[in-house]
Design a protein around this ligand. Structure first.
Ligand code: ZN
Length: 325
């Protein structure tokens, strides 16, 4: 469990222990104890300890609101919250998890997996579609608890490993807003991730973040093979300027290339990083029984990509008009 102020490992040095115990003894009380833990966090932490980060308030209720874990198709399951999608791909050699949620989502994912009859400790590989805190904040915790390895596209590696500080939107530094997480394997476009006979291919779809990624693979159901696409929608965060992003000068061209690449992809089943990005609530209502046809929607995919492309083109046009005036 992260305190968010400064998480502390078991290996606190003896001297600090004494300091804390003395303080707690002198001024027994809740707030003093909290201050004592804070004091520990301000001192250097032993090797292997969690790195402290600045916990931001989570104001989006839909990020935290629970949503029933359910089977999407074949070996693919939804284990996220109402809006923050997390996908579990099960294999005989352990499982692949794509995305966590925001802070403390490890417990939610564990519960979702248990509901489905899977063991949290069997997560072997963690992937992400984009290095924003609402999808990666608990990856470090999940690695610690399960021993899983974390793979990410090279474009997102710096911002993952510094806890969001080098987010291109904040050229002066955003601050460390989630626990920095070590990337165990650096991926590039076209790389494959293999586990227990399942092979995922990474598609680099930059723009939303520099290393934004989608994944394609096949899954079996009822004797049939279905193609699956976990796509990161190329949405543009509020405040991001396509023609004026000093931290990411090639952003407009990257978005354009991503829309072209995404339009060239197709799949029987597609899902995305946010529930609303793939019309989850139209496709699945809590209590619905499993139906492999439920998420088959190639037309919906094409329409959704074009919807985001139109938003991009409209913004680009507005920025250009602004520049010429
Ligand atoms: Zn994002």
């Amino acid at each position: 469990m992260n305190t968010g102020i400064a998480a502390v490992s078991d290996g606190v040095a003896q001297g600090r222990d004494e300091l804390v115990h003395a303080a707690v003894k002198r001024y027994a009380g809740w707030s003093v104890q909290v201050m004592a833990w804070l004091a520990i966090g301000l001192l250097a932490l032993p090797a292997g300890a969690q790195v402290s980060f600045e916990r931001r308030p989570v104001t989006n209720e839909a990020w935290l609101q629970p949503f029933p874990a359910h089977r999407i198709i074949g070996d693919v399951y939804y284990v996220g919250t109402y809006d923050l999608a997390a996908f579990l791909i099960t294999t005989p050699a352990g499982h692949i998890l794509i995305n966590t949620g925001v802070y403390d989502s490890a417990d939610m994912i564990r519960t979702s997996m248990e509901t489905l009859g899977f063991d949290f400790d069997d997560i072997e590989i963690v992937l992400t579609t984009q290095a924003h805190w609402d999808h990666v904040a608990d990856i470090a915790e999940i690695k610690r608890r399960t021993g899983a390895r974390f793979f990410a596209h090279e474009g997102d590696v710096p911002v993952l490993e510094d806890g969001g500080n080098t987010d291109f939107r904040f050229p002066e530094g955003r601050g460390v807003i989630f626990e920095p997480v070590t990337v165990d394997r650096v991926l590039q476009h076209g790389d494959t991730i293999e586990l227990g006979g399942t092979v995922l291919t990474l598609h680099h779809h930059p723009g939303h973040t520099k290393g934004a990624s989608s994944f394609t693979f096949d899954t079996e159901d009822g004797g049939r093979t279905y193609s699956v696409l976990v796509v990161n929608m190329a949405s543009i965060n509020a405040g991001v300027e396509l023609l004026n992003s000093p931290g990411y000068p090639e952003i407009a061209a990257d978005y354009a290339a991503t829309f072209a690449a995404q339009k060239a992809l197709s799949a029987d089943v597609w899902v995305s990083s946010h529930g609303r990005h793939f019309d989850l609530y139209d496709k699945f209502t809590p209590g619905d029984s499993y139906d492999p046809q439920r998420f088959i929607d190639p037309q919906g995919y094409r329409a959704k990509i074009e919807e985001y492309e139109q938003l991009y083109l409209t913004q680009l046009e507005a920025e250009r008009a602004q520049q010429t005036h």
